[in-house]
Design a protein around this ligand. Sequence first.
Ligand SMILES: [Zn+2]
Length: 46
Amino acid sequence: MTCEVCNRINYIVSKNKVKTTGVLKLKKYCNVCRKHTAHNETKKLD
Ligand SMILES: [Zn+2]
């Protein structure tokens, strides 16, 4: 998951490949912003 504010990757999410419905967006705590921000799903981290 990438912070929408600072674009830093904060969370690595291993998503179920069966249930893939668009880009996931969640409010999570960002250590860089030091607050809860919107996080977008990171598509691939190879
Ligand atoms: Zn951030």
